[in-house]
Design a protein around this ligand. Structure first.
Ligand code: FAD
Length: 382
């Protein structure tokens, strides 16, 4: 294996693999992607893989809309020979408070202005979409039929194989432990095995570990790690075509094409790198979900797991070049929705790094916004 590359990508989740793919697609094919475990071993392989365009901030709505267009043909886009499992059965977002319902009306204005086909539903209409929905305490719902979910392993592999086909090399089970700089520029990375790989461009897509790596070159990125848990049930016949989600009660639930239900509930925990499952999650999650969708009470849970959200202060990603190590970029802070925006973020990053124009301004994502007090706050997160 070579010792010097034009670019190194750290992290083999969907973001790192998509960035490698988009760079290679633009002719920057001399790339090494380094992943400390296996591809998708981080948050990507532990996520709900939901894709929704019903956001409250224009930025997130736009990132998700343009990413959805790519998910809709990711197989052809990357040359992947298998299905990436996209299922567009819509997201039903339910409002439990008057304030939340008012926020949903505001969100709809943002979405509809971008051409996102989302609409408000009364409780009767919500029950037409999910007949066994318990609407007690609900004010209303919004629905976008083009929202859905995909298979995170296949989507990531589609990008990785596409990048490799164009020349990128992928090194798994190798941890980046050090960064080298010279004259204020990045020169390469050191690995736990004692190797050094040189590159003048390093893209740090290590999710919750990205701030720690950036710190090695003097950058303070205010992104913290928060444990989020999920579970999967036994597979049953198709019952639920749409994802059901509540911000107020902080849950989401969907049925996969295979028939099992995947669901999760937001935590209220201190930042940590803990990725152990807990019985408290199991208990709380099942209580909330069974109250909302009583039919699911009969299902058996087969497995639960935990992963990490890389939380930024305003729930909008951070894309930043280190001041003391030019050529070292961090792409993180996805705050629980990095899967669904990864395709568009990767295009933005690759356009910037290869000198191509983009109608999104990459500077919008700079963490300088926090120093300037410009928070791009997203009101609609689980
Ligand atoms: P990761 O997939 O974590 O990839 C980063 C990789 O970097 C990891 O594989 C890690 O091993 C590697 N790495 C770290 N440090 C090093 C190092 N020093 N050297 C080499 N490699 C390193 N998002 C959605 O859009 N929709 C959802 O429905 C959704 N549901 C979620 C549910 C749960 C329970 C969780 C935990 C997350 C969910 N997310 C969801 C968020 C989503 O998973 C992430 O935002 C997204 O996967 C981020 O991708 P990534 O490539 O940045 O991170």
């Amino acid at each position: 294996m070579k010792k010097n590359y034009e670019a190194i990508v750290i992290g083999g989740g969907i973001v790192g693999c998509a960035v490698a793919f988009e760079l290679a697609k633009r002719g920057l094919t001399d790339i090494l992607l380094i992943e400390k475990g296996y591809l998708s071993s981080g948050a990507t392989g532990r996520c709900g893989a939901g894709i929704r365009q019903q956001w409250g901030s224009e930025l997130n709505a736009r990132l998700a809309l343009e990413s959805t267009h790519i998910f809709e043909h990711l197989e052809e886009y990357t040359g992947y020979g298998q299905s990436c499992g996209l299922q567009q059965g819509g997201y039903l977002l339910v409002a439990y408070t008057e304030k939340e319902w008012a926020q949903f009306q505001e969100n709809l204005k943002v979405q509809q202005a971008l051409g996102i086909d989302a609409k408000a539903l009364d409780l009767q209409q919500a029950k037409e979409i999910v007949p066994f929905l318990n609407t007690e305490g609900m004010f209303g719902a919004t629905f976008c039929e083009k929202d859905g979910h995909a298979n995170p392993f296949h989507c990531t592999m589609a990008y990785a194989r596409g990048a490799a086909r164009m020349g990128a090399e992928i090194l798994t089970y190798t941890e980046v432990t050090g960064l080298r700089t010279q004259g204020g520029r990045i020169t390469g990375v050191e690995t736990a095995g004692g190797d050094f790989f040189g590159a003048g461009l390093v893209i740090n897509c290590a999710n919750v570990r990205a701030p720690g790596l950036a710190k090695l070159v003097g950058e303070d990125i205010p992104v913290v790690s928060e444990r989020h848990q999920a579970l999967v049930t036994e597979p049953v016949a198709p019952l639920l075509r749409s994802m059901v989600m509540s911000f107020h009660r902080s849950f989401y639930v969907q049925q996969t094409p295979h028939g099992s239900f995947v669901m999760g509930i937001g935590p209220h925990e201190e930042p940590s790198f803990n990725t152990r499952s807990s019985w408290q999650f199991l208990e709380k999650n099942c209580a909330v979900i069974c109250e909302t969708l009583p039919l699911l009470r009969k299902l058996n849970v087969v497995r639960q797991w935990a992963g990490s959200y890389d939380l930024s202060p305003d729930h909008i990603p951070v894309i930043d070049e280190a001041k003391e190590a030019k050529g070292f970029y961090s792409v993180c802070g996805f705050s629980g929705h990095g899967f669904m925006v990864a395709p568009r973020i990767a295009i933005l990053v690759a356009n910037h790094l290869t000198g191509q124009t983009d109608d999104l301004d990459i500077r919008t994502f700079s963490q300088e916004r926090y120093q300037k007090g410009v928070f791009l706050l997203e009101p609609s997160v689980v």
